[in-house]
Design a protein around this ligand. Sequence first.
Ligand code: FAD
Length: 284
Amino acid sequence: MITSEFEHHRPPDIAGALLILIEHGDDARVLAGGHSLIPMMKLRMADVPHLIDLQDIVGLKGIAIEDGAIVFGAMTTQHELINNEALFRAAPIIQEAALQIADPQVRYMGTIGGNVANGDPGNDMPGLMQCLDATFTLEGPNGTRDVKARDFYESAYMTEREDDEIMTRITFAATRAGYAYEKQKRKIGDYAIAACAVLITTEGGTVASASISMTNLSDVPVFSEAANAALVGTSCDAAAVKAAVAAALEDIDPTEDNRGPVEFKMHIAVIIISRAIARAWTRA
Ligand code: FAD
């Protein structure tokens, strides 16, 4: 199917983009890589008379790593995240997760900002950003504000972002913690049946800190404080992993869809969370 008719705007800066967004209100949406929005428009699940393309806004691109802080411009593509050597050294979990998104064609176009702003429970980056305790910066008519990734998601496609705000950057601390991004999907290029991001630091042979988040196991990404607590202070032995997995399962609420019934998803969750913890622990 083809989309309904729309006007394509290509402002040179954020101020220009905000003006168009405010002028057209509900009839306008920003366009980043277009690999979530355009398919929705083609399926006629979204009708957007005014598309505000962010491609020309130079300040929205790029990866900066300084004094232990990593900053992504919202328009940085998944391909750029995967191929940045300095980023791999500063936070290797990004590459491991981004390589599991879709296929190279989608990753050439899809942006980190579009992936996290979209609010699709199937997107991989929101859960990862919760695991990394990232902060999202939003710019709107009333200025700029920061929202923690862990506070951003309300329900499927509903986020803390107001309709007249544009996400400009994503910030988090560099980490050399043991890491793993584990994803179960039906085939290459598909969204997750379930995915799990884990970061573990150690001290004296035991877990000093743990950060566990999950994707597509609820209508929002889930960061599990209880699962983290179950690992801290342990040597990540089988009993500790079992306790962490049990705690994580308490926090999720999967629904039946074309990827399987609830029982199947709970079963997959046990496997991917256990694997992610094991790999992160080994690397830690
Ligand atoms: P767009 O499609 O341009 O925008 C998405 C939404 O976010 C729109 O509502 C738009 O208005 C809003 N938006 C975009 N940028 C901003 C901004 N800066 N500020 C405010 N709002 C903004 N994703 C995964 O995570 N995992 C997968 O396995 C996966 N598989 C895919 C398979 C296929 C075949 C396809 C087509 C896509 C897949 N995707 C997957 C989605 C892909 O990663 C998208 O590119 C991504 O989710 C959205 O990024 P985008 O830049 O394309 O955003």
